[in-house]
Every structure is written in C-alpha cells, then in structure tokens.
Design a protein around this ligand. Structure first.
Ligand SMILES: NC(=O)c1ccc[n+]([C@@H]2O[C@H](COP(=O)([O-])OP(=O)(O)OC[C@H]3O[C@@H](n4cnc5c(N)ncnc54)[C@H](O)[C@@H]3O)[C@@H](O)[C@H]2O)c1
Length: 285
C-alpha cells in the first residue's frame, strides 16, 4: 500500500513498546488510528505522546483482550463506525512466559497462546473480510526471531511465534488464491528493549496459575531480561522498518540481519538430521 495518508491503522498492543512506536509512525504518515490494548492508561499515554507531535491526529481506542474473538470483533466495529474501514491491521500484542517446558502450567499455555496465536487469528478473522469488501488492505503480524530459531526456556513463546509465521505465510497464499488486493507482512525481530520482560503485569487473574519459581526459570528470565534490555535496535527503528515494509508490500521483515544466517544454519542442521540446531551456539559464532 504505497500511500498511507488518510488510511486507517488498527494496532493491538498499542499501550507500550513496539505498538506505541507503530502508532507514532502511522500518525506521522497521516493515518487515522484505532488503538487496542488491555492497558488503558498505556494507550492514553501513547495518544498523549502522539498528540504532541501530530495535534490533529484522528484516533480512537478501546480496551480489547485480543485472545477473545468477540472483543476483537468489537474493535472491527469501532473501526468501521469511526472511520468507515480499516486499511492496515497490526496484530502486534504479545506476551511471554519462560522456563523448562515440563514446568509450564496449563494456564501458561492458555495465556501465551491466547494472546500470541489466537490474537493474530482473531485479528485476521475480524478484519480481513472488511478489507476484502473495501478492495484493499494489509495485515501485519508481529512474530519474532523465535518464530524460526529456538532458544532454550522459551518453549511456549517459540511455539506461538512459529505459529504466527505459519499463519502469515498461509494467509498470504490464501489471499493470492482469492486474487485479493490485501498484502501481508510478518515481522521477525530478535530482542529489542521494551516492557515485554514484565509481560506478567497484564496477565489476567483467571490465568494466573503458574509454577513456583525454579532455578531454571529464574535463569531463563534473567537471560531474557538481559538480552531484551541490551537489544541494539530500538522499537522506534523497528516500527519505521515495518511501516516501510507495508508501503513496499514486503512480506518478511528481519530487523536483525543475523537471524537470516541462523535460519540458514538451522536448515543445514535439518539437512544433517543428527541434532537439533543450537541457536545459542549459532548466535555466538
Ligand atoms: N521486545 C522484544 O524483544 C521482542 C522480540 C520479538 C518480538 N516481540 C514481539 O513484539 C510484540 C510487542 O511486544 P513489546 O516488545 O512491544 O512488549 P510490550 O510489553 O512493551 O508491549 C506489549 C503490549 O501488548 C499488550 N497486551 C498484553 N496482553 C494483551 C491482550 N490480551 N490483549 C491486548 N493487548 C495485550 C500489553 O498490555 C502491552 O501494551 C509482541 O508480539 C512480542 O512478542 C518482542
């Protein structure tokens, strides 16, 4: 979608991190904003920041839990009623829970899968029909490098992000077969500094059941916190790359170039058939 001016951007997870930066970049391109998050004060902060730079931005926001289909459908209704459509939908909300897989609880799986996988599925289900009817659109799914290469301790998160890559590729093929004028982009960053390290802050009470903190889980959390907080590319830069990918109808976005080398090395490990690809050793190489 070459010209985003006047078009409508729907952004989930807009109350923090990458979602906030995506909202800023979209506003800078002259887009109207439909923001969604479970964190209402966070969204208010996002909007206040944007209004300083773009005082006349047209924007609405709604508290939406993306793991709930009816809430994402209500978001689509808001976009239709406020701005008569939705052109670029960023299925971006995401959470993370870590530790050895055998320690993970049912609630850990439900929470992370609910937000990271169902959130993307419901975004597609609620907005793509609208895009097909209006004759144009673009879906951006935030996956991760974890959608390609698997670090230890991130089993649920890795599985959820592999699902996002699979969903995105399949969606692109389905739209091609339907000859639809709807593009797809899948964003696959490695670590970058955001509040994802404190994702538990927005975990719903009904899915709070998690295992007691083991040494292994503590080690994983500290490792991830360090990696996220020392990420060399900012959320702001990644947001700019992502919106530019929409403008150039680019499917994959790998802000961290090293990930493409790791994917090749993983394919070589698959070729050898002997051992699982060791992402950590590959990243150090
Ligand atoms: N930061 C990283 O290192 C990194 C790396 C790769 C991919 N990602 C992905 O980037 C995306 C954005 O994460 P971030 O790093 O900006 O983290 P963040 O915690 O700063 O932002 C995530 C936002 O999602 C919201 N959210 C959580 N549960 C929700 C729900 N059920 N419904 C709606 N909103 C919900 C949170 O309230 C928060 O505002 C996620 O999909 C994440 O997996 C992050």
């Amino acid at each position: 979608m070459k010209n985003l001016q006047g078009k409508v951007a729907v952004i989930t997870g807009a109350g923090s991190g990458l979602g906030r930066e995506l909202a800023k970049v979209c506003a800078g391109r002259g887009m109207k904003l439909v923001l969604a998050d479970v964190d209402e004060p966070g969204m208010a902060q996002t909007l206040a920041g944007i209004r300083k730079a773009v005082p006349d931005v047209a924007a609405v926001s709604m508290r939406v839990d993306v793991s709930k289909l009816d809430e994402v459908q209500a978001l689509a209704t808001l976009a239709r009623e406020s701005f008569d459509g939705a052109h670029v939908v960023f299925n971006n909300a995401g959470v993370s829970a870590g530790g050895p897989l055998w320690e993970a609880t049912e609630a850990d799986w439900q929470w992370v899968t609910g937000v990271n996988v169902y959130g993307v599925a419901w975004g597609i289900q609620s907005f793509v029909p609208l895009m097909l009817a209006q004759g144009e659109g673009h879906v951006v799914n935030t996956a991760s490098a974890a959608g390609w290469v698997n670090a230890p301790g991130g089993g649920i998160y890795n599985a959820s992000k592999h699902a996002v890559v699979a969903i995105s590729e399949t969606l692109a093929f389905d739209l091609r077969m339907a000859e639809a004028n709807v593009g797809v982009t899948v964003l696959c960053p490695a670590f970058f500094p955001t509040a994802i390290v404190d994702a538990e802050r927005n975990r719903p009470p009904e899915l709070a059941d998690t295992a007691p903190m083991s040494e292994a889980r503590k080690f994983h959390q500290e490792m991830v916190r360090h990696a996220v907080m020392h990420g060399r590319i900012s959320a702001e830069e990644i947001a700019e790359m992502t919106v530019s990918a929409v403008e150039h109808d680019q499917f994959y976005v790998f802000p961290h170039k090293k990930i493409k080398q790791l994917i090749k090395a993983r394919a070589e490990a698959a070729e050898r058939e002997q051992e699982p690809f060791d992402t950590m050793a590959g990243a150090k190489a």
